[in-house]
Design a protein around this ligand. Structure first.
Ligand code: NAD
Length: 442
């Protein structure tokens, strides 16, 4: 077995992984429910289906992705044939978060394996049922010296980070991202950091308010707001605000009923600590909808907050829960003043029928990625890079980009011997004039 060089072996391993995931799909969905009552619909749509589709695509394309690519040679090297060879980094560490605990662990793992690496995966300790089933599937699929799962918490992560790796792929919070980057710097290990941020969602006067409300409610409250690319806060033009809030209320009720605590489609906050953090964010806020909490099952209702001050707790860091602040703005300068107050976010959304305004927003602000007239769905296109910028992350993946991310691209010039132009060799004598002429001509 040589996963480093043997593409067929890698492909067969991935096929085995696909088989084992399909065999265990119900158990995975159950584990996600047991961890934080993730509804089966969301578990399939955003976790198992996503991974299965990624696997199928990778299996289909691995051979062509892994092939050396011929590129046009430089005339300076004439006569030569030039190639990019794709080489695995070697030993890869993947550290995963809890919010999409299956998908965010498996998708990078699939790409790292496809690219020929040895992989150690540490799933999140906050979703223990999912962590356990991931460990079971991986141990049934791979030799431990090829791919291994190390379950555990911060102590395990820190022990792993103290070792030397050839690549580290981390998904999680900005604070822990900095710890990972520092550990990686010790050995100049390249990293991908998939982090979070405070994602603005702009609704301008031309927007289709009802549809905007529907799509925002879906993107915000799926996974109970515990989504790195969920809208964090709304910026709505002042004159539309009252109408827009009414639509948001309507859409929340439509999706989750009068009492979302009874809805089978609304999941829970992952643990007591995160639940308490969400409750603390509500203190002193003007709640215009929701606000109910229940410690017994880590429930926080979908909640709308009206005009929180930018100094309030809820407007400091990423919310990462079902609380949606609504701020009003009058003009582009207001937008700029508010959005620029925060680090570059992972996502930005703009709801408008005004194409020029949408373009202006896209070009004016720096952010990982986003949508015009929708939320979250940029994640689902394999041909779009997924990643942050600045504090929201380093590097991007999905589809073929994931394979490339876990591969070193080695530049190779294959020079022919039938001609050896003397120009470049010393002694240079009076060659300078000739070389100048030649370089100008290039
Ligand atoms: P987290 O940073 O607390 O934990 C992520 C992982 O790091 C876990 O496996 C955890 O065990 C480990 N870890 C925690 N503390 C550590 C430490 N001190 N040293 C070493 N390892 C440590 O993040 P989380 O709470 O699991 O996830 C939520 C965060 O992740 C949010 O900020 C969210 O925006 C972000 N996120 C980003 C993406 C993305 O793709 N960009 C996706 C999901 C979540």
């Amino acid at each position: 077995m040589n996963y480093k060089t043997d593409i067929v072996y890698r492909k067969e391993s991935l096929k085995k992984l696909l088989h084992n995931i399909l065999k265990n799909e119900d158990a995975i969905v159950q584990a996600l429910y047991d961890d934080f009552r993730k509804p089966a619909f969301e578990a399939v749509l955003t976790e198992t289906h996503f991974v299965i589709s990624d696997l199928k695509d990778t299996i289909k394309k691995i051979k062509s992705w892994a092939k050396p690519k011929r590129v046009l040679p430089s005339i300076l090297n004439f006569p030569s044939k030039d190639y990019i060879y794709i080489e695995p980094y070697g030993k890869v560490l993947i550290i995963a978060p809890w919010n999409y605990p299956f998908q965010l662990a498996l998708c990078p793992l699939i790409a790292a394996v496809a690219a020929g690496n040895q992989v150690v995966l540490k799933p999140s300790e906050l979703t223990p049922n999912t962590s356990k089933i991931i460990a079971k599937i991986i141990s049934e699929t791979f030799d431990a010296n090829h791919v291994e799962v190390m379950e555990g918490g911060v102590d395990v992560a820190q022990k792993l980070l103290a070792q030397r790796w050839d690549y580290i792929f981390f998904t999680g919070s900005v604070g822990v991202g900095k710890i990972v980057a520092k550990a990686a710097a010790e050995n100049l290990t390249p990293v991908t950091l998939e982090l979070g941020g405070k994602n603005p969602c702009i609704v301008d006067e031309t927007a289709n308010l009802k549809l905007a409300a529907k799509r925002i409610v879906w993107g915000k409250f799926i996974n109970s707001g515990q989504t790195c690319i969920a809208p964090d806060y709304i910026l709505v033009q002042t004159k539309m605000k009252a109408r827009f809030i009414a639509y948001l209320k309507e859409e929340i009720t439509e999706a989750y009923g009068e009492n979302p605590e009874n809805s089978p489609d609304f999941c829970r906050i992952v643990n007591d600590k995160n639940w308490q953090r969400q409750c603390d964010l509500l203190v002193g806020c003007t709640i215009v909808y929701g606000g109910q909490t229940n410690a017994a099952n880590c429930y926080i209702a979908p909640t709308l907050i009206d005009e929180p001050s930018l100094d309030s707790l809820v407007m400091q860091d990423e919310i990462f829960g079902p609380i949606l602040p609504i701020l009003s703005y009058d003009n582009d300068l207001d937008l700029k003043n508010i959005i620029s107050k925060y680090e570059k976010p992972l996502a930005l959304y703009v709801f408008t029928e005004n194409k020029r305004f949408a373009e202006k927003v896209i070009q004016e602000f720096s952010f990982g990625g986003g949508c015009v007239n929708d939320t979250v769905i940029q994640f689902s296109n394999k041909r779009l890079p997924f990643g942050g910028v600045g504090y929201s992350g380093i590097g991007a993946y999905h589809g073929k980009m994931s394979f490339n991310l876990f591969s070193h691209k080695k530049a190779i010039v294959k020079k022919a011997n039938w001609l050896d132009l003397p120009m470049r060799y010393a002694p240079y004598n009076n060659k300078l004039k000739t070389i100048r002429k030649f370089l100008k001509w290039l």
